[in-house]
Design a protein around this ligand. Structure first.
Ligand code: NAP
Length: 231
């Protein structure tokens, strides 16, 4: 299984669960977690996924444990949190490149270079469907990811290709959200309340739900939420 963004949060939890279930896990990102580098079935490739040249040179390894190989496009950034009119070219470009373009390019490589049965997943977001003031680049980047997954799923009806919405998950990205100002993000108080009331989803819950979904043979919707998806 190939997973991007494995050093923390959701990607780290998916890696841990996949290793626990016996998968070979190849992580891709900027920082190598000991979880993968010190595990006999783990490996890691250093790549800044916002760097087009680095990404183009990546070679994808086929999974050695199962007959099918899985790619989880998970790496992401919250991007600029501020009114859309104040976001710079660099901020917008970085967010769209990392969240959207790199996932598309990696998926294209995966489909072209990996033979046999495969599954393709994207960590999407509810922000793809709900306009959140202050998150213009992030919402746009994830909406594009959801649509990209839907198009690929149509182009490859024989493969399982899904973007999933994990809900609000207790990761460093949520801490970053809580640290924003009300001026830049009018909804910040709600995110603080949800954190303080303990209602955030655990990354481990997302990981368990996704691994169950990967193993399931029956159909699941193209877009599903692992926070309310019963497995
Ligand atoms: N937390 C939530 O509530 C929530 C909700 C919906 C969707 N999501 C999505 O879930 C995914 C994971 O986020 P998270 O919440 O787990 O946040 P996180 O803990 O901040 O994880 C982000 C991951 O992305 C990697 N990353 C960041 N910049 C990168 C770059 N330039 N190149 C390669 N990798 C990079 C980071 O690794 P390195 O820094 O080591 O490179 C890190 O492992 C994201 O796509 C996010 O949009 C999160």
């Amino acid at each position: 299984m190939i997973i991007t963004g494995v050093s923390s949060g959701i990607g780290r939890a998916i890696s841990a669960e996949a290793l626990r279930l016996g998968w070979y896990v190849e992580g891709i990102g900027r920082n190598a977690p000991a979880l993968l580098t010190e595990h006999p079935r783990g490996s890691f490739t250093t790549c800044d996924l916002s760097d087009r040249t680095a990404l183009s040179g990546l070679r994808l390894a086929e999974d050695q444990s199962y007959e099918l190989t899985v790619l989880v496009n998970n790496a992401g950034t919250l991007g600029p949190v501020k009114p859309g009119k104040n976001a710079s070219w660099e901020e917008i470009d970085h967010c769209i490149t990392l969240n959207t373009s790199s996932a598309m390019l990696l998926s294209a490589k995966f489909l072209a270079e990996i033979s046999g049965e495969k599954q393709l997943y994207f960590t999407g977001s509810g922000a793809a469907e709900f306009a959140i003031e202050g998150w213009s680049a992030y919402c746009a980047s994830k909406a594009a990811v959801h649509m990209y997954a839907s198009v690929l799923a149509k182009e490859h009806p024989e493969l399982r290709i899904h973007a999933f919405r994990p809900g609000k998950v207790n990761t460093p990205m949520q801490a970053e959200i809580r640290a924003t100002t009300e001026e830049d993000f009018p909804g910040v108080a709600h995110f603080v309340e949800e954190f303080e009331s303990g209602s955030l989803v655990l990354p481990e819950t997302v990981a368990t739900s996704l691994l169950h979904a990967i193993d399931r043979k029956d159909e699941i919707p193209v877009i599903f939420s692992t926070s309310n998806y019963t497995v």
